[in-house]
Design a protein around this ligand. Structure first.
Ligand code: C2E
Ligand code: CA
Ligand code: CA
Ligand code: CA
Length: 277
């Protein structure tokens, strides 16, 4: 079995020896999951809050483990980061997400697909070229793709990030700042970055009807987004009351269990059809 997996398995083992056997096997299993397509794309709808129109969907990855069942990203992404598997995971998700977006467009649906990208993957010099190659292969225009980057990702290495984000923006790919308000942003730098969207972290949305502080943060973030000519997205919307408040505050897009849970591709397509009728 070890032999059949070849070099990958032995590489993971030799680098991680000190961390013990459990760690070995999980990293090796994750390697296998990426190579043998045990990962699964889930899609969560993004809707236009005023037009009640579907705008697009965020790709959220899950791991369908043959014995352990469905594993959530919080339980394997940190491990992928630590075991050097993050680039492969990012490209697995990009390849599948872009392929899926291209199929949706061929089916006549003009939806944008948002994909999460970690700092480590973004900052590789070959990232924009590799991404462009994937889009060319599938014939997907850059304008159909949004990359979600956290504030910390964007702030980590500013000059390099600026260069890479500018190259991406030149191809029409849009950049979204994810979990806004939980990290650290310098407005002077944000202003120079060609970003299109700010996603207000769901912790603020979830508490805004009970907490004046959270409501002020949500309201100020929407104003900031609009002052910078960016879309504001409210995530983690779980009730109609939250949706109505975000609409009143001028939020552009919303995402959350109230609109639709993250769902596998087949279910997402049924969700789209049900909304059409
Ligand atoms: P995120 O990018 O902030 O994604 C939103 C998370 O909030 C998702 O959790 C989603 O299921 C959850 N969520 C959405 N609406 C609601 C709601 O109304 N209420 C509540 N309580 N939760 C809601 P999920 O799928 O477990 O993903 C967790 C994190 O894992 C993501 O946070 C993202 O940081 C990371 N992640 C997921 N897929 C990928 C990926 O393909 N690549 C990378 N680099 N990170 C990913
Ligand atoms: Ca996200
Ligand atoms: Ca988020
Ligand atoms: Ca998050």
């Amino acid at each position: 079995d070890v032999k059949s997996r070849g070099g990958d398995f032995s590489m993971v083992c030799s680098k991680r020896e000190v961390r013990g056997v459990v760690m070995h096997s999980l990293s090796a299993e994750l390697r296998r999951a990426i190579d043998e397509d045990e990962l699964v794309l889930y899609l969560q709808p993004l809707v236009d809050v005023s037009a009640a129109k579907t705008y697009g969907a965020e790709v959220l990855v899950r791991w369908q483990h043959p014995r352990r069942g469905l594993i959530m990203p919080g339980d394997f992404i940190p491990r992928a980061e630590r075991s050097g598997l993050m680039d492969d995971l990012t490209f697995w998700v990009l390849r599948r997400g872009i392929g899926y977006a291209a199929r949706l467009r061929q089916g006549g649906r003009d939806l944008r697909i948002s994909i999460n990208v970690s700092a480590r993957s973004l900052l590789r010099r070959d990232f924009p070229d590799n991404l462009q190659k994937l889009m060319d292969e599938r014939g997907l225009p850059g304008t159909a793709l949004t990359l979600e980057l956290t504030e910390d990702t964007l702030m980590a290495d500013q000059s390099r990030t600026l260069e890479i984000v500018e190259r991406l923006a030149a191809t029409g790919v849009q950049i979204s700042i994810d979990d806004f308000g939980t990290g650290y942003s310098q407005l002077a730098y944000l202003k120079r970055l060609p970003v299109s969207e700010i996603k207000i972290d769901r912790s603020f949305v979830q508490d805004m009807l009970e907490s004046d502080t959270d409501l002020s943060i949500v309201s100020a973030t929407i104003s900031l987004a609009h002052a910078l000519k960016l879309r504001a997205v409210g995530e983690g919307v779980e009730s109609s009351a939250q949706l109505e408040r975000l609409r009143a505050l001028g939020c552009d897009l919303i995402q959350g269990f109230y609109v639709g849970h993250p769902m596998p591709v087949g279910q997402f397509e049924r969700w789209l059809r049900d909304r059409d009728t």
